[in-house]
Design a protein around this ligand. Structure first.
Ligand code: PRT
Ligand code: MG
Length: 218
């Protein structure tokens, strides 16, 4: 049996064409069903639905043979579980966005940096944020949040946020502006190393088909 871990929403939707390229059709729509294990047209392939942040854990622990998650999720996971072993991830070039620093439109970020001010930064991505500000030599106080980061500067909880941006509409709607581009983000295919050895004959063609389709889309 081959088990693929995906999260509902954009990761599931954007991964579908990639597994279809390998001849796999998921038999149920996760938005309509409450099932967490979905069958496919192939009797030995199934999809499990997990939280986006749990994908690396399922794959590293062998609960799934492979999975798809954002580079953001992978970096944060690896910073917290350094011992977790995952096969060198393949860039699928889907679910693209960027990790940025944003501040309220009336906040003078450049001046705060020049003055060496100590910024309060709200984010879900504390490891990436800490690493980024360290390379700039800036001192920051990080406030860990699990969602709606955009709210924090609006109510005075933080001076800035570190968050993912794709269209920029969420920032605009909350009168925030991007002041730093930390890195480009896309989804990665991660594989359990033991599965890759033991199920190579079944897994390798699937990985190749997904990588080829991803390359064709990009
Ligand atoms: O939502 P939930 O808490 O269940 O989990 P999650 O947020 O980890 O999962 P999900 O499905 O929202 O995101 C999965 C992956 O998609 C992320 O790990 C990213 O790698 C990738 N991705 C791509 C994004 C976005 N684009 C994105 N725009 N993830 C989140 N966003 C959010 C962003 O945080 C912000 O709130 O969308 C908002 C900004 O979007 P724009 O278009 O208004 O700029
Ligand atoms: Mg989300």
């Amino acid at each position: 049996m081959i088990t693929l871990a995906l999260s509902k929403g954009r990761i599931f939707e954007e991964t579908l064409p990639l597994i279809q390229a390998a001849g796999i059709e998921v038999s149920e729509d996760p938005e309509r069903s409450r099932k967490l294990i979905l069958g496919t047209n192939m009797p030995d392939v199934r999809v499990v639905l997990v939280r986006a942040t749990d994908v690396p854990t399922y794959v590293a622990q062998g609960g799934a043979d492979l999975g798809v998650c954002g580079l953001d999720t992978l970096i944060e996971h690896q910073a917290e579980s350094a011992s977790d072993d995952l096969f060198q991830p393949i860039d699928l070039d889907i679910a693209k966005c960027r990790m940025s620093v944003a501040v309220p439109a009336d906040f003078d970020y450049a001046q705060a940096v020049r003055r060496g001010a100590r910024l309060k930064v709200a984010t879900k991505y504390t490891h990436m944020a800490r690493a980024f500000f360290a390379t700039k030599g800036m001192h920051v106080d990080l406030i860990k949040l699990y969602g709606s980061m955009e709210l924090a500067p609006l109510i005075g909880l933080a001076d800035a946020i570190v968050d993912l941006v794709s269209t920029g509409n969420t920032l605009k709607a909350n009168r925030l502006v991007e002041v730093e581009h930390i890195m480009d983000i896309s989804a990665r295919l991660v594989v359990n190393p033991a599965s890759l050895k033991l199920k190579c004959a079944r897994l390798q063609p699937l990985l190749d088909a997904m990588a080829a389709k991803a390359g064709a889309i990009a």
